[in-house]
Design a protein around this ligand. Structure first.
Ligand SMILES: *[C@@H]1O[C@H](CO)[C@@H](O)[C@H](O)[C@H]1NC(C)=O
Ligand SMILES: *[C@@H]1O[C@H](CO)[C@@H](O)[C@H](O)[C@H]1NC(C)=O
Ligand SMILES: *[C@@H]1O[C@H](CO)[C@@H](O)[C@H](O)[C@H]1NC(C)=O
Ligand SMILES: *[C@@H]1O[C@H](CO)[C@@H](O)[C@H](O)[C@H]1NC(C)=O
Ligand SMILES: *[C@@H]1O[C@H](CO)[C@@H](O)[C@H](O)[C@H]1NC(C)=O
Ligand SMILES: *[C@@H]1O[C@H](CO)[C@@H](O)[C@H](O)[C@H]1NC(C)=O
Ligand SMILES: *[C@@H]1O[C@H](CO)[C@@H](O)[C@H](O)[C@H]1NC(C)=O
Ligand SMILES: *[C@@H]1O[C@H](CO)[C@@H](O)[C@H](O)[C@H]1NC(C)=O
Ligand SMILES: *[C@@H]1O[C@H](CO)[C@@H](O)[C@H](O)[C@H]1NC(C)=O
Length: 481
């Protein structure tokens, strides 16, 4: 019976429908090319330039429905300035239902975006963007307020870039896709996620440029908590007043910084249940100078107005950084721009580096809620021993902190999120349930070992979100209707 139904369906499809299928292998939605003056300034060979064009076109193709500067959403409404919007956590603009046709979300997720007010590192009020990824069916917990609200996880993203176009809210897979935001929403949480200030919205209320203050963790912690406050004031009936903070890499550092911010401000901390910091950047200059120099260099003049790129970079490195700024490159192209002799020796010993580290490194402030730190031993970007050292220092400074430390044996930077997914999902669930943590000393370390020999596992992502939303590509995503 069934098979004959199926046959007649296939038969009618085969006879009446026209087959529409076109190849889609390397078709990037962009045709950018570096100008000759940039090629001269950067000293790229012609071959380098061709390679970088590919990378930049790939990056641009990952913007859902085009770049931020073609999307009216990221511009402030015309009736500004209005001083009410200077209060951090104020709502500036709401898009209840984002047109998700050009994103590559998992099925049965929905997206909202909003603009709100946050504070930069020196406390100046600035606008920024954020998204909410909605679950199909929220988890329920006995203590949620309001009772039918979706429980909230604030997600802090890994480094996406340094300029306006790199906003995760405009990336097809929200920049981290399955590794966290999709996983959280599919597990029944509403994911409230800031684009750190300077990514997305690039002009303030007076029309001044907003730099992204890279690894200015306490500033991005403002983005996290004030995005949540704004989201709650928009959707007080749909979002819980309790929340867990989570993040990875730069966002792991932001999650930790949010814990420190909330640990020292009881009124701001209302509803905070705990924090998950994965592969966190906690000690900024224990990383490659070749990257840290330009990554922080492009925004640090907003913190120390006398700073010049020449303080950290070679003349060649300055040229590369300025060109990178001109093309508004993202993280993938950064690895192409910053090759060769970029940073001056002893960058980390300069006054600016020491002063910046003092402002942004973690472990020196009290935290009051539980924190789960997760670190992979094969992480090439955040060293296992650096995270271990920060955990040890934080526990030395505040021995009663409830920090647990999970070491994922043999996993890399982002893949550590995937390896430990069931553990952090369970940990988050327990915070909403109010489960007591086992009584262990601060920084107690547990090892997560692979079940099969580590070498037998897929170590990294080796694919990327390829949009197949037009009818001629539907053969690439069968059985969806
Ligand atoms: C520019 O590149 C050429 C080789 O392509 C090299 O010989 C030269 O030293 C480079 N100049 C600088 C300033 O790096
Ligand atoms: C491709 O880019 C164009 C121009 O920016 C944009 O209008 C279009 O929506 C993009 N397509 C997709 C699938 O994102
Ligand atoms: C989505 O992409 C298609 C194809 O590039 C384009 O025609 C359409 O305008 C885009 N829609 C949105 C909402 O960006
Ligand atoms: C705590 O946060 C509130 C809300 O932003 C702010 O008004 C207050 O000044 C902060 N308190 C401290 C001690 O920083
Ligand atoms: C704070 O930052 C803003 C924006 O970067 C800048 O205009 C202002 O001068 C800074 N204020 C102080 C006191 O450093
Ligand atoms: C920097 O770029 C300028 C052109 O913009 C060029 O004249 C100069 O030689 C470059 N310097 C280095 C060290 O690459
Ligand atoms: C941490 O590991 C790196 C790379 O293996 C090494 O260079 C560095 O000396 C280590 N630091 C400490 C304090 O062990
Ligand atoms: C990180 O850098 C600081 C300052 O240079 C150094 O004292 C510390 O040992 C480094 N930590 C690791 C784990 O390498
Ligand atoms: C980590 O895994 C390796 C094998 O991949 C194993 O030899 C080692 O004992 C493990 N380390 C810990 C602390 O379990």
């Amino acid at each position: 019976m069934r098979s004959s139904l199926l046959l007649s369906f296939l038969f009618s499809w085969g006879t009446t429908a026209q087959i529409l299928a076109t190849p889609q292998s390397t078709k990037f939605n962009s045709s950018f090319a570096l100008s000759q003056s940039i090629v001269r300034q950067t000293n790229f060979t012609n071959e380098d330039a061709l390679n970088l064009n590919n990378i930049i076109n790939y990056e641009k193709s990952q913007y859902a429905g085009g770049p931020t500067n073609e999307d009216e959403f990221y511009t402030l409404p015309a009736e500004f300035p209005d001083t009410r919007h200077l209060r951090p956590g104020a709502v500036i603009k709401v898009e209840d239902f984002t047109d998700i046709a050009n994103y590559t979300l998992s099925p049965n997720l929905a997206l909202s975006r909003f603009l709100y007010t946050t504070k930069n590192l020196n406390g100046t009020s600035i606008p920024a963007s954020a998204f909410i990824l909605w679950p199909f069916s929220p988890r329920s917990f006995p203590t949620l307020n309001p009772p039918n609200a979706a429980p909230v996880v604030i997600w802090n993203h890994m480094t996406s870039g340094f300029f306006g176009p790199a906003a995760p809210s405009k990336h097809r897979s929200l920049w981290a896709g399955d590794s966290a935001p999709f996983a959280l929403a599919l597990d029944g949480y509403a994911v409230v996620a800031p684009d750190y200030a300077g990514l997305g919205v690039t002009r303030d209320f007076q029309g001044n440029f907003i730099p992204h203050q890279y690894i200015a963790l306490p500033a991005s912690a403002n983005d996290a908590i004030y995005a949540f406050k704004a989201a709650r004031s928009i959707y007080s009936d749909k979002l819980s007043d309790t929340f867990v903070v989570m993040g990875q890499s730069q966002g792991g550092g932001v999650a930790w910084a949010t814990s420190e911010l909330l640990g020292n401000n009881a009124s701001l901390a209302a509803g905070h249940l705990g924090t998950v910091a994965v592969s966190p950047t906690t000690s900024v200059f224990n990383a490659s100078d070749t990257y840290i120099g330009p990554f922080i260099g492009v925004g640090i003049a907003s913190v120390f107005p006398t700073f010049q790129l020449e303080d950290w970079l070679t003349p060649f490195g300055v040229n590369r950084t300025k060109a990178f700024e001109t093309v508004q490159g993202g993280l993938a192209s950064a690895f192409g721009f910053f090759t060769g002799n970029i940073a001056k020796p002893n960058l980390a010993k300069t006054w600016y580096a020491k002063a910046y580290a003092k402002l942004v490194n973690m472990g020196n402030k009290r935290i009051t809620k539980p924190m789960l730190v997760i670190q992979g031993t094969a992480d090439a970007f955040v060293a296992y021993n650096v995270t271990s050292q920060t955990v040890a220092e934080a526990c030395w400074n505040f021995p009663t902190s409830k920090i647990s430390y999970l070491v994922s044996n043999g996993t890399g930077h982002v893949p550590t999120l995937d390896a430990s997914r069931r553990i952090w999902l369970r940990w988050i669930e327990e915070r909403f349930l109010g489960t007591d943590l086992p009584p262990t000393e601060c920084g107690h370390q547990q090892i997560l070992n692979s079940y099969l020999p580590i070498g037998q596992y897929q170590a990294t992502w080796n694919s990327f979100p390829q949009w197949a939303g037009d009818a001629q590509y539907s053969y690439e995503v069968p059985l969806q209707l």
